[in-house]
Design a protein around this ligand. Sequence first.
Ligand code: MD3
Ligand code: FE
Length: 215
Amino acid sequence: MSGSLFAPENGPWAEPLSAGTVLLHGWACADDAALCAAVETVLRQSPPRGMVTPGGQAMSVATSSCGDWGWVSDRRGYRYSAVDPDSGQPWPAMPDALRTLARGAAAEAGFAGFDPDACLINCYLPGARMGLHQDKDERDFAAPIVSVSLGLPAVFLLGGMRRGDPSARIQLLHGDVLVWGGPDRMRFHGVRPVQPGSHPLLGERRINLTFRKAR
Ligand code: MD3
Ligand code: FE
C-alpha cells in the first residue's frame, strides 16, 4: 500500500496543505540514489551557475535545468530558453527516472497526465535562500508544479496571493515531494537560508528539482 493516503507506517504519505497543495512525505526516498545520480549527470553537462535578477541582484542559489526548456535570469529578465547560455547547447534531456517520478507524484496529487517540459535544478549551499516570489514565467498556469527536495533539509515559506500575506513555515526533508496547482498555483513562496550540515548522498548541499510545463 505504499503511497496511499495517511499511511505513514507504510513509507510515503500524502499531507494536503491547502486546496491545491499536497506534500508527499518521503515520496522520492525509495529511488533516491538513482535520482541523485541522474541529477549529477545533468549537472556535469550543464553545471549550476549563479543567476542575476533583472534588478541586478545576485541570487544565492545556483541554478541549472534539464528538459526542452531551462529557466534563465539576467538583466534582460526572467525567461525560459531552449539553450543553456553557458554552453550554447540545448539543455540536457530530462532523465527518465526524473520524469517518471514527477508524473507519478502529480497523479498521486490529482493531476493525472502531467507532462513537464522543464526541470529547474536549484542548488543550495549552507546560507543560500530564495526570497518570496511567484512562479509566473510559464505559459499555462493550469498545469501544476512538482518540487522534489534532496539533500540537506530546508524550511519553505508558503505565502498567500499577495506578497504581504502571512506565510506558513514548512519543513522539507530529503525525499519530500510537493505538488501545487489549481488555486495555489500563484501563491507567493520562498526558502529560508539552508543551515550547515551534511547529507550522506549529496554532502553539504540541498538540491531542489521543480518540474514545470513551461510552454
Ligand atoms: C507550493 N523553488 O524554483 S519549491 C523555484 O525549494 C522555487 O528551490 C523552491 O520556488 C526551492 O521557483 C521552492 C517548493 C514550494 C515552494 C512554495 C510553494 C512549493 C510551493 C508555494 C505554494 C505552493
Ligand atoms: Fe518558485
